[in-house]
Write a protein that binds this ligand. Structure first.
Ligand code: PGA
Ligand code: ZN
Length: 419
């Protein structure tokens, strides 16, 4: 059994040019694991703490040197000598060392990078692909080893594209019956078609943080009209070959009980916004809607569920923040039918896996997600396959840090075929 011999961490850059942590774990048998953590721009209140230096002389205060020091001085000395394959003990030790509810002492960026790098090293040591290694930590009954379906974010808005649109992600979802490589190709085909549609409409081709286009339109609704044109012009059928989805990320257009979106001059109440979503759904048949309301507007969530959940997945991202307490509240209040899983919202690999298990037992759809600030690390693709996620959300099918995940899924697809 290989033991942890060395843990190192360093500051690298993410896709926005902000610092993040890369951790390396070396084992006694010579295997090593490397992992880097992503970062959100649209961060919910209930997420675990991402520790930043706040030293304004470096990277506008976004440096992660303190978190790295926590890895080297606090986490590493405790983990050295432990068996890397005992991920439960590793993560438990990290959680105890932190000792807070939200990783506020060590930083979730510190804790997660080590937790991920240990699992990567242990997978290599046991000569298993990472997705199979991680899969041993889940209950596999009623799950299937397969590539999840895809949610492509083709039009970026909100905080990811300079607030051109209020909603954050306008998505297309290839039919779930398609094999992965075909679904990926549909995503690219529609992405390219959308580029042509934008050109024809004299709209700029600038892109947002997740690689989708970021046109400034006069109403959020118009983004779906563009997507519809893009799908139609490559002879694919909406509602058959491809479906639409939306991450409203409503925290960012909510103020004092009201929602401000550019489609209407007057602010919306929660029930106005609910009606707006119902209209949107009638017109565009949404298969998926994420964070339709503010993270504490529970009643609005519960009401929407009764209206559209028969054919639309209503998923909580900021609402749940991959947090077991928030998840239990959502189950009790019947506010969601799907959950976004982002390991850095909770801070260790096994805590994120545990949230998946509870969500699945409650019948929720599992959507494993990247963050808007990413690196080329493809851990999240292995994690998604390991937990038999229903969907993955990795942004548009372009740009290195997004494509790293899609390409990893292509490799896993091949590995699964020969198992
Ligand atoms: P974030 O956005 O990574 O900036 O939080 C992604 C999302 O809201 O789903
Ligand atoms: Zn979201």
């Amino acid at each position: 059994m290989a033991k942890i011999k060395q843990i190192k961490a360093r500051e690298i850059l993410d896709s926005r040019g902000n610092p993040t942590i890369e951790a390396t774990v070396i084992l006694s048998d010579g295997s090593s694991g490397v992992a880097s953590v992503p970062a959100g721009a649209s961060v919910g209140t209930y997420e675990a703490v991402e520790l930043r230096d706040h030293d304004q002389t470096r990277f506008k205060g976004l440096g992660v040197l303190k978190a790295i020091e926590n890895i080297e001085k606090i986490i590493a000395p405790k983990l050295l000598g432990m068996e890397a394959a005992k991920q439960q003990e590793i993560d438990k030790t990290i959680i105890e060392l932190d000792g807070t509810q939200n990783k506020g002492r060590l930083g979730a960026n510190a804790t997660l990078s080590v937790s991920m790098a240990v699992s990567d090293a242990a997978a290599k040591s046991s000569v298993l692909p990472l997705f199979l290694y991680l899969r041993q930590f889940i209950h596999k009954e009623n799950t299937q080893l397969k590539i999840p379906s895809l949610l492509f974010n083709l039009i970026n808005g909100g905080l990811h594209a300079g607030n051109n649109l209020n909603f954050q992600e306008f998505q297309i979802i290839p039919a779930t019956s398609k094999p992965y490589s075909e679904a990926l190709q549909s995503g690219i085909t529609i992405y390219n078609s959308l580029k042509e549609v934008l050109k024809q409409n004299n709209l700029p081709l600038l892109v947002g943080d997740e690689g989708g286009f970021g046109p400034a339109l006069s109403a959020n609704m118009e983004a779906f009209a563009l997507l519809k044109q893009a799908v139609a012009s490559v002879n694919l059928r909406v509602g058959f070959d491809v479906f639409f989805g939306l991450d409203a990320a409503a925290n960012h257009f909510y103020r004092n009980g009201q929602y401000f979106i550019k489609d209407k001059a007057m602010p919306f109440s929660s029930s106005d916004l609910s009606l707006y979503y119902e209209t949107l759904n009638k017109e565009y048949d949404l298969l998926y809607i994420e964070d339709p309301f503010f993270e504490d507007d529970w009643q609005a969530w519960a009401n929407l569920i009764t209206k559209i959940s028969h054919d639309t997945i209503v998923a909580g991202d900021d609402l749940i923040a991959t947090n077991p307490y928030r998840l239990q509240m959502a189950i009790d209040k019947k506010t969601i039918t799907g959950i976004i899983i982002k390991p850095n919202q909770i801070g260790t690999v096994l805590e994120a896996l545990a949230v998946v298990e509870v969500a699945r037992a409650a019948g929720l759809k599992i959507i494993v997600s990247h963050r808007s600030g990413e690196t080329n690390d493809s851990f999240i693709a292995d994690f998604a396959v390991a937990v038999s996620a229903d969907y993955v959300k990795f942004g548009a099918p372009v740009r290195g840090e997004r494509v790293a995940k899609y390409n990893r899924l292509l490799a896993i697809e091949n590995q699964i075929k020969i198992l």
